[in-house]
Design a protein around this ligand. Structure first.
Ligand code: SF4
Length: 456
């Protein structure tokens, strides 16, 4: 039997696509290998959010080809959609398949492997419908990339955050984005917003509940837009309500939701149900009005601050996080100071800080006034330091208090890792079975580490 290995890069949506690909390849009769070195087909599911992400993918291709020159490498994902020719020129690459044709990968690989082994007859016709851009390469790599805006398929399968952590499946319910933030390449590589139909989501969540999972994370590229493409149109809070009403899920966690989608209705719903994790991730990007405009973001700093305060007021112990970008073209010292001051003022408990990276084809990539790298890095450092202080203050505020937490599967010989309802990573004294909800008492918070014991 032929074997495959899927390596994912990037965000939760890409991880979810990778999980779906694994399922589809297994359904084609291919066997999952434990390591890329043991596989006959290696699928690299790439990200292109920064130049560094592209670089990581290229380095992985070279590494895999060096270590296992006999394997066939298939590159897919966002980088494959954005720059197929660039990838096809790398040694060892057999196929480059854009996100537009990702749903056909198992058919492509399965058919090719079957032909190679003679199982499908020796007929060498085009098994795969080559209706779009497929160009034979000098190194025999084939490209299969179409117009992403013309494709509507959405890959979805529950995915687990890390191999070691088999307790909190992540379910992608939405893909693509209709916004055009000027720095963002995602719409060009993932297409327009598409939603998984409600019944399918309910089915998937019920399936996970029946399999014993207690917390499920729902995610998407622009999750708050879920339902806007469905007919009849639905709104995101309707999905949350339906999951609560129609499944027995104990804990639902919402991943990133844009500030303007944190409606009064959603805030009330999240605050009012003990089955929704007290956790809001709300991308900010910048605290400068001018930079937000240039980013083509749809809100102003005061809108954002207003939403965030409402979330905090409704959920006083919630984890509140944001993505913040530094070094966007034209970001002056004064712009950055506005971001820093806003971050300082708002009740964040953690931040993801990114340094702007110009993506070919995006409007921001053509803007003048690049911020010099050392300045951007220094701004990144300042925000990270501020975020670390805020995180520690949040952690310390729970010492001697009780929290609800789910045990994860990591045990280091002394403690078991657990995650609280409000997204705090805990070290729980002793060994505990994974996937249990426990009420724990927080003993101490030092060096960013929270120690907890089971509440007796
Ligand atoms: S909302 Fe903006 S940043 Fe987010 S995926 Fe859409 S275009 Fe990109």
């Amino acid at each position: 039997m032929s074997s495959f290995y899927v390596q994912n890069f990037g965000c939760r949506a890409t991880q979810a696509d990778g999980a779906a690909l694994e399922q589809q390849l297994s359904a084609q009769g291919l066997e999952r290998a434990e390591q890329p070195g043991q596989a006959q087909v290696v699928v690299l599911n790439t990200c292109t959010v920064t130049a560094a992400a592209d670089q990581d993918a290229r380095a992985a291709i070279r590494r895999i080809h060096r270590a296992n020159p006999g394997c066939q490498i298939l590159v897919t994902g966002c980088y494959a959609q954005r720059a197929p020719e660039e990838i096809a020129s790398l040694p060892g690459v057999r196929w480059v398949v854009g996100n537009s044709h990702k749903h056909q990968i198992s058919e492509l690989v399965g058919g090719d492997v079957a032909r190679a082994s003679g199982a499908n007859g020796a007929e060498d016709t085009n098994f795969f419908p080559l209706n779009e851009l497929q160009t034979p390469r000098s190194n025999s790599a084939s490209l299969l990339v179409g117009d992403i805006f013309a494709h509507t398929e959405l890959l979805a399968a529950p995915v687990f955050d890390a191999l070691a952590e088999r307790t909190r499946p992540n379910l992608k319910v939405q893909d693509g984005c209709n916004n055009r933030c000027s720095f963002c390449v995602i719409p060009f590589v993932r297409g327009r917003s598409r939603s998984l139909p409600l019944e399918e989501i309910i089915g998937q969540v019920s399936h996970l509940v029946a399999a014993g999972y207690r917390e499920v994370v729902i995610s998407g590229i622009n999750l708050g837009r879920w339902g806007s493409d469905l007919r009849p149109q639905l709104r995101f809070p309707a999905l949350v309500r339906a999951i609560l009403e129609q499944t027995g899920l104990e804990r639902l966690r919402l991943s990133s939701i844009e500030p303007m989608d944190w409606s009064e209705e959603l805030i009330e719903l999240a605050a009012g149900s003990p089955r929704i994790a007290k956790h809001a991730h709300v991308p900010l990007q910048s605290g400068s009005d001018d930079i937000l405009r240039r980013m083509h973001r749809k809100y102003r700093p005061w809108h954002y601050a207003q939403r965030l305060r409402k979330i905090r007021q409704a959920m006083p112990t919630a984890a509140i996080g944001a993505d913040v970008m530094v070094g966007f073209p034209g970001e002056s010292a004064a712009d950055f100071e506005q971001t820093r001051a806003l971050v300082e003022e708002l009740p964040f408990t953690y931040l993801h800080v990114f340094t702007y990276s110009a993506r070919p084809g995006t409007p921001a990539a053509t803007l003048p006034e690049k911020v010099p790298a050392p300045i951007a890095h220094e701004r990144n450092r300042v925000l990270r330091e501020l975020a670390a202080q805020k995180k520690l203050a949040f952690q310390r505020s729970f010492v001697d208090k009780t929290l609800e937490a789910i045990t994860l599967s990591t045990y280091d010989g002394e403690c078991t890792e657990a995650l609280s309802d409000n997204y705090l990573k805990l070290r729980l004294a002793g060994r505990h079975e994974a996937n249990q909800w426990l009420t724990v008492n927080i003993k101490s918070a030092s060096a960013g580490e929270l120690l907890a014991v089971i509440n007796s």
